[in-house]
Design a protein around this ligand. Structure first.
Ligand code: MN
Length: 253
Protein backbone atom coordinates (compact mmCIF):
# COMPACT_ATOMS: atom_id res chain seq x y z
CA UNK A 1 0.00 0.00 0.00
CA UNK A 2 1.47 3.41 -0.92
CA UNK A 3 1.90 6.00 1.79
CA UNK A 4 -0.78 8.27 0.37
CA UNK A 5 -3.29 5.45 0.10
CA UNK A 6 -2.52 4.48 3.65
CA UNK A 7 -3.03 8.06 4.86
CA UNK A 8 -6.33 8.27 3.09
CA UNK A 9 -7.50 4.99 4.56
CA UNK A 10 -6.44 6.10 8.03
CA UNK A 11 -8.31 9.34 7.55
CA UNK A 12 -11.46 7.62 6.36
CA UNK A 13 -11.44 5.09 9.14
CA UNK A 14 -10.84 7.80 11.74
CA UNK A 15 -13.89 9.83 10.80
CA UNK A 16 -17.52 9.03 11.40
CA UNK A 17 -18.34 10.50 8.01
CA UNK A 18 -16.58 7.85 5.99
CA UNK A 19 -19.55 7.39 3.71
CA UNK A 20 -19.79 11.09 2.98
CA UNK A 21 -16.09 11.38 2.29
CA UNK A 22 -16.12 8.42 -0.05
CA UNK A 23 -19.22 9.67 -1.83
CA UNK A 24 -17.66 13.11 -2.20
CA UNK A 25 -14.56 11.76 -3.90
CA UNK A 26 -15.80 11.79 -7.49
CA UNK A 27 -16.70 15.48 -7.04
CA UNK A 28 -13.38 16.24 -5.38
CA UNK A 29 -11.58 14.54 -8.19
CA UNK A 30 -12.81 17.23 -10.57
CA UNK A 31 -10.99 19.86 -8.58
CA UNK A 32 -8.03 18.09 -6.99
CA UNK A 33 -6.82 14.81 -8.43
CA UNK A 34 -7.06 12.20 -5.68
CA UNK A 35 -3.52 11.08 -6.45
CA UNK A 36 -2.24 14.49 -5.33
CA UNK A 37 -3.97 14.32 -1.95
CA UNK A 38 -1.27 13.17 0.40
CA UNK A 39 -2.29 14.34 3.83
CA UNK A 40 -5.25 14.39 6.14
CA UNK A 41 -5.00 18.16 6.51
CA UNK A 42 -5.47 18.85 2.82
CA UNK A 43 -8.43 16.51 2.51
CA UNK A 44 -10.19 18.01 5.53
CA UNK A 45 -9.56 21.68 4.74
CA UNK A 46 -10.64 21.44 1.12
CA UNK A 47 -13.80 19.53 1.99
CA UNK A 48 -16.04 22.43 2.97
CA UNK A 49 -15.51 24.04 -0.44
CA UNK A 50 -16.88 20.95 -2.16
CA UNK A 51 -20.53 20.02 -2.56
CA UNK A 52 -21.31 17.17 -0.16
CA UNK A 53 -23.68 14.30 -0.95
CA UNK A 54 -27.28 14.74 0.13
CA UNK A 55 -28.14 12.58 3.13
CA UNK A 56 -31.61 11.80 1.69
CA UNK A 57 -33.11 11.14 -1.73
CA UNK A 58 -34.59 13.81 -4.00
CA UNK A 59 -38.11 12.55 -3.23
CA UNK A 60 -37.58 12.35 0.54
CA UNK A 61 -38.98 15.79 1.27
CA UNK A 62 -42.24 15.23 -0.60
CA UNK A 63 -44.95 16.41 -0.48
CA UNK A 64 -43.53 19.70 0.81
CA UNK A 65 -40.68 19.95 -1.69
CA UNK A 66 -41.08 17.90 -4.86
CA UNK A 67 -38.39 15.56 -6.23
CA UNK A 68 -37.88 17.48 -9.48
CA UNK A 69 -37.23 20.73 -7.62
CA UNK A 70 -34.79 18.99 -5.27
CA UNK A 71 -32.89 17.34 -8.10
CA UNK A 72 -32.54 20.49 -10.20
CA UNK A 73 -31.78 22.60 -7.14
CA UNK A 74 -29.03 20.26 -5.91
CA UNK A 75 -27.49 19.05 -9.18
CA UNK A 76 -27.74 22.28 -11.17
CA UNK A 77 -28.09 25.42 -9.06
CA UNK A 78 -26.12 24.43 -5.97
CA UNK A 79 -23.54 22.40 -7.91
CA UNK A 80 -22.86 25.46 -10.07
CA UNK A 81 -22.17 27.65 -7.05
CA UNK A 82 -19.63 25.09 -5.83
CA UNK A 83 -17.96 24.89 -9.25
CA UNK A 84 -17.87 28.67 -9.69
CA UNK A 85 -16.49 29.07 -6.18
CA UNK A 86 -13.61 26.75 -7.10
CA UNK A 87 -12.99 28.79 -10.26
CA UNK A 88 -13.06 32.09 -8.35
CA UNK A 89 -10.71 30.69 -5.69
CA UNK A 90 -8.23 29.73 -8.39
CA UNK A 91 -8.51 33.07 -10.22
CA UNK A 92 -8.19 35.11 -7.03
CA UNK A 93 -5.48 32.92 -5.51
CA UNK A 94 -7.54 32.00 -2.45
CA UNK A 95 -5.85 29.21 -0.54
CA UNK A 96 -8.82 26.99 0.28
CA UNK A 97 -6.58 24.70 2.29
CA UNK A 98 -5.78 27.35 4.87
CA UNK A 99 -8.77 29.74 4.67
CA UNK A 100 -12.01 28.42 6.09
CA UNK A 101 -15.21 29.16 4.21
CA UNK A 102 -16.47 31.09 7.24
CA UNK A 103 -13.36 33.30 7.30
CA UNK A 104 -13.74 33.92 3.58
CA UNK A 105 -17.34 35.06 4.09
CA UNK A 106 -16.34 37.30 7.00
CA UNK A 107 -13.90 39.10 4.68
CA UNK A 108 -15.91 38.85 1.47
CA UNK A 109 -15.69 42.61 0.70
CA UNK A 110 -12.05 42.04 -0.28
CA UNK A 111 -13.05 39.73 -3.12
CA UNK A 112 -14.91 39.94 -6.43
CA UNK A 113 -18.71 39.83 -6.88
CA UNK A 114 -18.20 36.38 -8.40
CA UNK A 115 -16.58 35.15 -5.18
CA UNK A 116 -19.31 36.79 -3.09
CA UNK A 117 -22.15 35.21 -5.07
CA UNK A 118 -20.66 31.74 -5.23
CA UNK A 119 -19.10 31.49 -1.77
CA UNK A 120 -22.45 32.61 -0.37
CA UNK A 121 -24.38 30.34 -2.70
CA UNK A 122 -22.26 27.33 -1.76
CA UNK A 123 -22.33 27.96 1.99
CA UNK A 124 -26.07 28.72 2.05
CA UNK A 125 -27.08 25.61 0.12
CA UNK A 126 -24.80 23.22 2.02
CA UNK A 127 -26.49 24.42 5.21
CA UNK A 128 -29.96 24.34 3.64
CA UNK A 129 -29.75 20.62 2.77
CA UNK A 130 -28.72 19.78 6.34
CA UNK A 131 -31.36 21.84 8.08
CA UNK A 132 -34.14 19.85 6.43
CA UNK A 133 -35.04 16.19 6.86
CA UNK A 134 -38.08 13.98 6.28
CA UNK A 135 -40.47 13.76 9.24
CA UNK A 136 -38.46 15.78 11.78
CA UNK A 137 -39.50 16.61 15.34
CA UNK A 138 -42.12 19.35 15.10
CA UNK A 139 -40.56 21.73 17.62
CA UNK A 140 -37.17 22.56 19.10
CA UNK A 141 -36.23 21.35 22.56
CA UNK A 142 -33.65 22.26 25.22
CA UNK A 143 -31.66 25.52 25.09
CA UNK A 144 -32.90 26.45 21.64
CA UNK A 145 -36.56 26.23 22.71
CA UNK A 146 -35.76 28.42 25.74
CA UNK A 147 -33.87 30.95 23.60
CA UNK A 148 -36.70 31.16 21.06
CA UNK A 149 -39.25 31.72 23.83
CA UNK A 150 -37.03 34.33 25.46
CA UNK A 151 -36.32 36.24 22.24
CA UNK A 152 -39.65 35.94 20.42
CA UNK A 153 -42.20 35.10 23.12
CA UNK A 154 -43.18 31.76 21.57
CA UNK A 155 -42.36 29.39 18.73
CA UNK A 156 -45.41 30.62 16.82
CA UNK A 157 -44.30 34.24 17.16
CA UNK A 158 -40.86 33.29 15.89
CA UNK A 159 -42.35 31.45 12.90
CA UNK A 160 -44.50 34.48 12.06
CA UNK A 161 -41.52 36.81 12.25
CA UNK A 162 -39.33 34.50 10.14
CA UNK A 163 -42.13 33.92 7.62
CA UNK A 164 -42.68 37.67 7.31
CA UNK A 165 -38.98 38.18 6.57
CA UNK A 166 -39.12 35.43 3.94
CA UNK A 167 -42.24 36.89 2.29
CA UNK A 168 -40.93 40.46 2.37
CA UNK A 169 -37.61 39.65 0.65
CA UNK A 170 -38.13 41.25 -2.75
CA UNK A 171 -36.81 39.10 -5.60
CA UNK A 172 -34.25 36.45 -4.68
CA UNK A 173 -32.68 35.86 -1.30
CA UNK A 174 -32.83 34.14 2.05
CA UNK A 175 -34.53 34.49 5.44
CA UNK A 176 -32.39 33.71 8.49
CA UNK A 177 -32.42 32.97 12.18
CA UNK A 178 -29.10 34.20 13.55
CA UNK A 179 -27.17 34.29 16.80
CA UNK A 180 -25.88 37.82 17.27
CA UNK A 181 -22.63 38.86 18.95
CA UNK A 182 -24.41 39.22 22.33
CA UNK A 183 -25.82 35.66 21.92
CA UNK A 184 -29.37 36.91 21.38
CA UNK A 185 -31.43 35.52 18.49
CA UNK A 186 -32.69 37.63 15.60
CA UNK A 187 -34.53 37.19 12.31
CA UNK A 188 -33.21 38.89 9.21
CA UNK A 189 -33.02 38.44 5.45
CA UNK A 190 -30.38 38.95 2.78
CA UNK A 191 -30.57 39.53 -0.99
CA UNK A 192 -29.21 37.16 -3.64
CA UNK A 193 -26.69 34.70 -2.11
CA UNK A 194 -25.48 36.99 0.66
CA UNK A 195 -25.65 35.77 4.24
CA UNK A 196 -25.29 37.26 7.74
CA UNK A 197 -21.70 36.05 8.13
CA UNK A 198 -20.57 38.47 5.42
CA UNK A 199 -18.89 41.73 6.43
CA UNK A 200 -21.17 43.54 3.98
CA UNK A 201 -24.38 42.20 5.60
CA UNK A 202 -26.78 44.76 7.06
CA UNK A 203 -27.49 42.50 10.08
CA UNK A 204 -24.59 40.30 11.15
CA UNK A 205 -24.56 37.07 13.10
CA UNK A 206 -24.11 33.33 12.86
CA UNK A 207 -26.89 31.72 10.81
CA UNK A 208 -28.48 28.68 12.46
CA UNK A 209 -31.54 28.37 10.20
CA UNK A 210 -32.05 29.68 6.67
CA UNK A 211 -34.75 29.50 4.04
CA UNK A 212 -34.03 29.80 0.33
CA UNK A 213 -36.71 32.01 -1.22
CA UNK A 214 -35.27 32.09 -4.73
CA UNK A 215 -37.98 31.02 -7.18
CA UNK A 216 -35.79 28.04 -8.22
CA UNK A 217 -36.44 26.62 -4.72
CA UNK A 218 -40.20 26.43 -5.08
CA UNK A 219 -41.58 27.55 -8.45
CA UNK A 220 -42.29 24.12 -10.02
CA UNK A 221 -44.67 23.20 -7.20
CA UNK A 222 -45.82 26.53 -5.77
CA UNK A 223 -45.45 28.96 -8.72
CA UNK A 224 -46.19 32.47 -7.41
CA UNK A 225 -47.39 31.24 -4.00
CA UNK A 226 -44.26 31.82 -1.93
CA UNK A 227 -46.26 31.97 1.36
CA UNK A 228 -47.53 28.40 0.78
CA UNK A 229 -43.96 27.19 0.28
CA UNK A 230 -42.86 28.94 3.48
CA UNK A 231 -45.71 27.40 5.50
CA UNK A 232 -45.06 23.92 4.09
CA UNK A 233 -41.31 24.15 4.75
CA UNK A 234 -41.78 24.19 8.54
CA UNK A 235 -42.71 20.49 8.18
CA UNK A 236 -39.11 19.79 7.15
CA UNK A 237 -37.06 21.80 9.63
CA UNK A 238 -34.49 19.60 11.35
CA UNK A 239 -34.61 21.19 14.81
CA UNK A 240 -31.84 18.92 16.09
CA UNK A 241 -29.53 20.43 13.49
CA UNK A 242 -30.62 23.96 14.42
CA UNK A 243 -30.02 23.16 18.11
CA UNK A 244 -26.52 21.92 17.25
CA UNK A 245 -25.77 25.10 15.29
CA UNK A 246 -27.11 27.18 18.17
CA UNK A 247 -24.92 25.39 20.73
CA UNK A 248 -21.85 25.87 18.50
CA UNK A 249 -22.63 29.55 17.95
CA UNK A 250 -22.97 30.44 21.62
CA UNK A 251 -19.92 28.50 22.78
CA UNK A 252 -17.60 29.78 20.02
CA UNK A 253 -17.40 33.22 21.64
MN1 MN B 1 -31.24 27.81 -4.06
Amino acid sequence: MSKSTQNRRQFISSTGKAGMVLAAMPLMAKITPISSITSMTILTAANEYIQQPLSYGYAALEPYIDAATMEIHYTKHAATYAKNLADAALAEKLDTQTTSLTDLLKNISRYSPKMRNNAGGHYNHEMFWLLMKPAPATAPTSELADAINKNFGSLDNFKTSFGDAAKARFGSGWAWLIVKADNSLAVCSTPNQDNPLMDIAETKGTPILGLDVWEHAYYLKYQNKRPDYINAWWNLVNWEFVQKKYAEAITKK
